[in-house]
Design a protein around this ligand. Structure first.
Ligand code: 6PG
Length: 247
């Protein structure tokens, strides 16, 4: 297993510049891969500006839609059309009308239970990957987008939850969420999140200052444990940085 490199910190002036830098990194990953591309999107609200920017004509026209496949790192176990559904936001803002429907891979939440959903998505990921074991020399994703919650969770891997220590499964159910929305979750596990050429965290805004301070201090939290086998980037804005940072 490739040794996890320390995250690279990139500081944007504000949320708009952060979205632009993130969009440039997405495009760099797309430009670097001539074949089929797999992007794993983040849930929550942080990636919305990025999705909106990528949906504008100048950016949308640069995306090779036919060969990009869009996945999601975690999902709330609510119907696909529910406002709490992570993939619903990406579809509404960016994917619908641009990505071929067959290239959009949501975590299924319309049938069964979270564990059945997790096993179904794991099968879908393995079918796309062409193997049931992750090869450190062949990442599953070209780009993994992530956020960090106020308790240091990422995807739906919450501090102290057994899902955090799962090493065999790629996708698991999380019956209890630490933070709102308090609905069952389905999440990729750390090995699956790590299987990417680049892991890009978006952490912006004053309300993220407390958790970013903890991450920068190296606290043992899911968002610090999540590392790419390739490059891990913490893309933050000045509002989220500790006031004395860099002094
Ligand atoms: C989710 C997300 C979660 C999110 C963080 C940050 O399903 O809630 O995947 O991990 O990325 O909680 O959320 P915000 O971007 O809304 O601050």
């Amino acid at each position: 297993m490739a040794t996890a490199r320390r995250p690279r910190l990139i500081v944007a002036a504000d949320a708009d510049e952060l979205a632009r830098i993130a969009a440039e990194r997405v495009m760099a990953r797309l430009d670097a891969c001539p074949g089929e591309i797999a992007i794993c999107l983040a849930g929550g609200s942080s990636p919305k500006r990025l999705y909106q920017l990528l949906a504008t004509p100048s950016w949308r026209g640069r995306i090779p839609w036919a060969r990009v496949h869009w996945f999601i790192g975690d999902e709330r176990f609510v119907p696909a059309g529910d406002a709490l559904n992570n993939m619903a936001l990406a579809r509404a803002v960016l994917l619908d009308g641009n990505a071929p429907p067959a290239n959009i891979h949501p975590i299924p939440t319309s049938a069964g239970n979270p564990d059945q959903s997790a096993r179904s998505y794991e099968r879908e990921l393995q079918e796309f990957y062409g193997a049931t074991r992750l090869d450190p020399s062949r990442p599953l994703f070209d780009l993994m987008l992530l956020g960090a919650g106020p308790d240091g969770h990422t995807a739906s891997l919450f501090p102290g939850d057994p899902a955090l220590d799962e090493t065999a499964r790629w996708v698991v159910a999380v019956p209890t969420a630490n933070v709102a929305p308090f609905v069952p979750r389905v999440t990729l596990t750390l090995p699956a999140l790590a299987s990417c050429r680049e892991m890009l965290f978006e952490i912006a805004g004053l309300d993220k200052r407390a958790i970013l301070t903890r991450l920068l201090n190296g606290e043992n939290l899911p968002a610090t444990r999540a590392r790419s086998i390739g490059e891990t980037v913490w893309l933050v804005d000045r509002a989220a940085l500790p006031e004395d940072f860099g002094d």
